[in-house]
Every structure is written in structure tokens, then in C-alpha cells.
Design a protein around this ligand. Structure first.
Ligand code: G3P
Length: 217
């Protein structure tokens, strides 16, 4: 499973990228607003750090304007994936931009039918939002499983990009189900390394290091 980082914070992206675990980045208008930076400028900087796809989202609501914005975003760098919302206009924009050779990420997906439409119009990525479904006592992970099954049944090449990931368990569950990509905030990715027994075990080892005065260099 590929790891994308869901942030527009440059320091966090550099930090995780240095570890070699960043396969791409996703942003959205809320993350850009949080960064306090100009969308074109910060997106360009992210594209210069990361080799993989960098999702940058349109802000228009009608297809023609989404297409114009998508073309402008795509000019930033070769690794831009234009992000469009899963509306009828977003599907139209996805179809046009995909046919022009751009990567397109269709976002705000909350149902299997929406994911089916995104695949039919040739989306590179579909972004089902797990956490926001869970917030409503629905099952976000079940949606990932349904889309996986549906895409496999018909050989759709659209990649399932699990989004709105809120916990480390979401990451391993996505990997077990077969999501192609999971995008998560930096803190969630770092949390994947945590285990109380690791901390406890290390504490015991360190006590013995001190007791026996073990030195390596
Ligand atoms: O990838 C989409 C993500 O940014 C939304 O996450 O936690 O606001 O639902 P969240």
C-alpha cells in the first residue's frame, strides 16, 4: 500500500520524505487554508520535494471552471493530480482532464455508487472518506472493502485512495482490505510506530545497559 501524507505543512512533508515512506501528498482547501500560504506557491514547493503524485484541489463548482483551474494546477509540475469533488460537474471535469492526460483524484466519496461513477469516467484515484462516515456511525472501512470488490470484479484501474484517516488502526485495516493508497496526517503515520510493549521492553533493556555499563561506541 502506498502512503500519501495529508498535509500542506512543508516541514512535516520533508521529515517523512527523508524516511523514504512518502509516495505522494494530498491537500485540500482546508489544509491549504491551515498552512496560511498561497495555493500555487505551496503546491509548487511540495511538488519539488516529493516525486509521487501531489493532489491539488480545484475550488470552482461548475465543470468548465473546474477544468480551467485543473489545467492551471497541472501546469505547476508533472506530478500534480488534479483533485475534483464527486459531483456531476466534478465527474465531467474528471473525464475531460483525464482525456487530456492529467492525473485526477475524485474526492469526497461516500458511497460505492459514487466510486463506480468515478472509475467509469477514468479517475486515477478515488478518495473515499473513512473517518467522516465513522463520525455518523456508518462503516467507512466497509466502503473501502465494497469498492475494492467492485473494482476487482471489473478490472477498473482507478486506485482506491483511502482518506479521512484518523487512527493508526485505519492504516492497517486499509492495507488488509487492499486499498491501493492511504493518505493520513503526519501524526497518524508517526503513531503507527507506537506500541506500549515496545516502550516497556526498551525501558527494561536500558536499565540493564546502565547496570552492566554496556557501551558500543
Ligand atoms: O483526506 C481528506 C482529509 O483531509 C479529511 O480528513 O479528518 O477532515 O475528515 P478529515
Amino acid at each position: 500500500m502506498k502512503f500519501f501524507v495529508d498535509t500542506a505543512e512543508i516541514d512535516d512533508i520533508k521529515d517523512l520524505n527523508a524516511l523514504g515512506i512518502v509516495d505522494g501528498v494530498t491537500t485540500n482547501p482546508s489544509l491549504i487554508a491551515k498552512s496560511g500560504r498561497d495555493i500555487l506557491e505551496v503546491t509548487k514547493e511540495i511538488c519539488s520535494i516529493v516525486d509521487g503524485p501531489v493532489s491539488a484541489e480545484v475550488v470552482a463548482l461548475n465543470a468548465d471552471d473546474m477544468i480551467a483551474e485543473g489545467r492551471k494546477l497541472a501546469k505547476i509540475a508533472d506530478n500534480i493530480a488534479v483533485k475534483v469533488p464527486l459531483t456531476w460537474d466534478g465527474l465531467k471535469a474528471c473525464n475531460v482532464l483525464t482525456n487530456e492526460g492529467h492525473m485526477v483524484n475524485v474526492t469526497l466519496c461516500f458511497s460505492a455508487n459514487q466510486a463506480l461513477l468515478a472509475a467509469k469516467v477514468g479517475a486515477t484515484f478515488i478518495s473515499p472518506f473513512i473517518g467522516r462516515l465513522d463520525d455518523l456511525n456508518l462503516d467507512g472501512m466497509e466502503l473501502i472493502a465494497d469498492i475494492r470488490n467492485m473494482y476487482d470484479n471489473y478490472g477498473f484501474e482507478t486506485q482506491i485512495l483511502a482518506a479521512s484517516i484518523r487512527s493508526a488502526n485505519h492504516m492497517s485495516d486499509c492495507a488488509a482490505i487492499g486499498a491501493d493508497v492511504a493518505t493520513a496526517p503526519p501524526a497518524v503515520i508517526k503513531k503507527m510506530a507506537d506500541h506500549v510493549l515496545t516502550d516497556k521492553g526498551l525501558d527494561g533493556f536500558m536499565k540493564d545497559v546502565a547496570k552492566a555499563n554496556i557501551k558500543i561506541v
